[in-house]
Ligand binder design. Structure first.
Ligand code: GLU
Length: 322
């Protein structure tokens, strides 16, 4: 049975970009008689807020989406909040340890930026990690350990990696372009890369549909699936909604949060129709509910280029404010 998920981080209000991802992943499952899971990615307690997690759930319901398993409904693969899954992550981390794939890293961001050989790595990871701590002798590592808690990095292979994305097409990349990456941070928090793989694997997720900003995380996650001994899901990375200049919408773009749209009296069917039109599922924006889109859903119709919020698109979204 196909299983998909929406996995928001409750660090900001849900905006139209997040809503598009939720809608598309929901449609992908509902059109395939699959199951849909809601998982709250609150692993980073410093960035996550309980009130925002509650607001996310309400926003999704307002849009007309539902889920078979989630923090509010329970299910066989719970808990559905990352903050409650620490033991599961530690167990999987141990499997990587036992294969000799991890090493402690004492470098700060500034150390990495300052490393002479640091070219730009993967967009989501900042500078390429030059491998400094991989080459430490046991004595050097011990001396550093006295002063600082290390993060844990996983050794990445040099070989190029090819994968097929359901929206973005064929992707080729070299994991080593980003360097060895962090699986556990120095503050003890499991990294996004590891947590998301453990969760998707243990929750039996077969289809991951998420924003294109995470496309370059996929090779790192494929490595983790392989090393942890799980089958990888299929991936599809949907376009981001960007402003007229091509800049990414931030969660802080207050005007485009669902709660703001709702407060303006805009109906959920209007938002859903606008999103479906923007993504290429409808020829023109018309008011629809998510369930009315299930029958005609086809992933191949979803455009891969970013969705530009031009003046015209903006006017169509805000019909009450010409
Ligand atoms: N929690 C991530 C976010 O809100 C999404 C993770 C994923 O879909 O893999 O951006």
């Amino acid at each position: 049975m196909p299983r998909g998920r929406f996995a928001p981080t409750p660090s900001g209000k849900m905006h139209i970009g997040n809503a598009l991802i939720a809608l598309l992943s929901w449609l992908q499952m509902r059109s395939a008689d699959g199951q849909f899971v809601l998982r709250i990615e609150d692993i980073d307690v410093n960035r996550s807020r309980e009130d925002l997690a509650e607001a996310l759930v309400n926003d999704l319901k307002w849009l007309g989406l539902d889920w078979d398993e989630g923090p509010d409904r329970g299910g066989p693969c719970g808990p559905y909040r990352q903050s409650l899954r620490q033991e599961l992550y530690e167990h999987e981390l141990q499997k990587l340890h036992e294969q000799g794939l991890l090493y402690p890293c004492y470098c700060s961001r500034a150390d990495i930026a300052a490393a002479a050989s640091a070219p730009h790595g993967l967009a989501s990871e900042g500078k390429r990690y030059p491998g400094t701590c991989r080459r430490l002798s046991p004595e050097e590592a011990q001396a550093k350990a006295v002063r600082k808690q290390p993060s844990l990095r996983i050794i990445t292979p040099e070989d190029p990696l090819l994968f097929q994305d359901g929206i973005a097409g064929v992707n080729e990349c070299r994991l080593s372009d980003g360097g060895d990456f962090v699986v556990k941070r120095a503050d003890g928090i499991i990294s996004y890369q590891l947590a998301v793989v453990v969760d998707d694997a243990l929750m039996g997720i077969t289809h991951v549909l998420r924003g294109a900003d995470l496309l370059d995380s996929t090779p790192r996650q494929l490595l983790l699936y392989q090393k942890l001994g799980y089958d990888a899901p299929s991936f599809a990375h949907a376009p981001l909604i960007v402003d007229a200049e091509g800049r990414r919408l931030a969660k802080r773009s207050r005007g485009l949060s669902l709660s703001f749209l709702r407060a303006q009296g805009i109906r959920p069917q209007h938002v859903v129709g606008w999103l479906a039109w923007s993504a290429g599922l409808l020829d023109r924006p018309e008011d629809v509910s998510p369930s009315e889109l299930v029958g005609g859903f086809d992933l191949s119709k979803v455009r891969s280029e970013p969705i530009r919020l031009t003046d015209e698109a903006f006017r169509l979204l805000f019909p009450l404010h010409p």
